[in-house]
Ligand binder design. Structure first.
Ligand code: NAG
Ligand code: NAG
Ligand code: NAG
Ligand code: NAG
Length: 236
C-alpha cells in the first residue's frame, strides 16, 4: 500500500450518519445544496489523476510530497453511493500546500447538471486540512444562477478506501445573494455582443463610462507629466 493511500485512509475521521438529502433549496436568501463528491483514483475510469509529483524534502506534507498536484473531474451525486443520481461535476485540482501539515489548496468549479441550476457553476477555493473532521472552504463566485454568489462549503470525509485511495466527501454548499431578478439586474453577455437590432441603454452607459475613462486618462497623464518634469528639474 502506497504512503499516498495511507494518508487518505487516515483522513477518515468521522463517518457521518448523514441522511441522503436531495438538493435542498431553503427559502430566503441562502441556497443550500447537499451532495457527495467521489474522488476516484482507481479503476479503469479514474476521475482524479496525479499530474505533478511533489517534493519530499519537507516531511510535513506527508507522503504526498509538497507541491503534488491532482487534477479532478469528479462526479457529484445525491447520495453517498455512486449509483445514486448524478447532479454535477467537481472540476479543478488540489495541491499539497503546507510544509508542515496535510493541508491542500483546493481549487474547483462545481458544475451542476440537473434541475433549475443545470449549467450553473460555483467556484470554490480554499484550504482543506485532511485531518479536520469538517473543513470550511470559501465560495468565491459563480456563474448562471449563481452569478455574484458568495458563500461557503463544508467538506466531510464520508468514506475512504485504503486499498484504492478512493474517497467520498460529503459536501454542504451554502450560497447567498442569489437574486431571483439577477438577470434583470445585470446585463447578460448577450446585451453587449448582439446590440445590432436595438441600441440598448447598457451601450449608452458604457459609452459614457468610456468618456469618464478618457477623462481620467488625461488627468493621469497630466499628473505623471508634472512629476517627471519636477524630477528632471531637480536633476538639472
Ligand atoms: C432576500 O430575498 C427577499 C425575497 O426574495 C428580497 O426581497 C430581499 O431583497 C433579499 N435580500 C437580500 C439581502 O438580497
Ligand atoms: C442540462 O443542460 C444541458 C446543456 O444545455 C442539456 O444538454 C441537458 O439536457 C440539461 N439536462 C437537464 C437534466 O436538464
Ligand atoms: C476498497 O476497494 C476494493 C477494490 O475496489 C474493494 O474490493 C474493497 O471492498 C473496498 N473496501 C472498502 C472498505 O470499501
Ligand atoms: C440571447 O438573445 C437571444 C435573442 O434575444 C435569445 O433567444 C437567447 O436565449 C439569448 N441567449 C442568452 C444566453 O441569454
Amino acid at each position: 500500500m502506497s504512503p499516498f493511500l495511507i494518508l487518505l485512509f487516515l483522513s477518515v475521521e468521522s463517518i457521518s450518519l448523514s441522511h441522503a438529502d436531495n438538493v435542498d433549496l431553503s427559502s430566503g436568501n441562502t441556497t443550500h445544496l447537499h451532495f457527495y463528491l467521489h474522488d476516484t483514483l482507481s479503476g479503469p475510469n479514474p476521475t482524479a489523476i496525479p499530474v505533478v509529483q511533489g517534493s519530499t524534502r519537507y516531511k510535513g506534507s506527508g507522503p504526498f510530497g509538497f507541491g503534488t498536484i491532482i487534477v479532478i473531474d469528479d462526479v457529484l451525486t445525491e447520495g453517498p453511493s455512486l449509483t445514486t443520481d448524478a447532479i454535477g461535476r467537481a472540476q479543478g485540482f488540489y495541491t499539497m500546500a503546507s510544509l508542515t501539515g496535510s493541508e491542500l489548496l483546493l481549487s474547483i468549479n462545481i458544475l451542476l447538471t440537473e434541475g433549475e441550476f443545470n449549467g450553473s457553476t460555483v467556484a470554490v477555493l480554499g484550504r482543506d486540512n485532511l485531518f479536520d473532521s469538517v473543513r470550511e472552504l470559501p465560495v468565491i463566485g459563480g456563474s448562471g444562477k449563481f452569478r455574484m454568489a458568495r458563500g461557503y462549503t463544508l467538506f466531510k470525509t464520508y468514506s475512504a478506501n485504503a486499498s484504492t485511495g478512493d474517497v467520498v466527501l460529503e459536501v454542504d454548499l451554502y450560497v447567498t445573494d442569489i437574486s431571483p431578478n439577477i438577470d434583470e439586474l445585470i446585463p447578460s453577455r448577450n446585451d453587449t455582443t448582439s446590440n445590432g437590432d436595438t441600441p440598448s441603454s447598457s451601450s449608452s452607459t458604457s459609452a459614457s463610462d468610456g468618456n469618464k475613462c478618457l477623462h481620467l486618462d488625461i488627468v493621469m497623464i497630466f499628473v505623471v507629466s508634472c512629476f517627471i518634469a519636477k524630477y528632471l528639474l531637480v536633476i538639472i
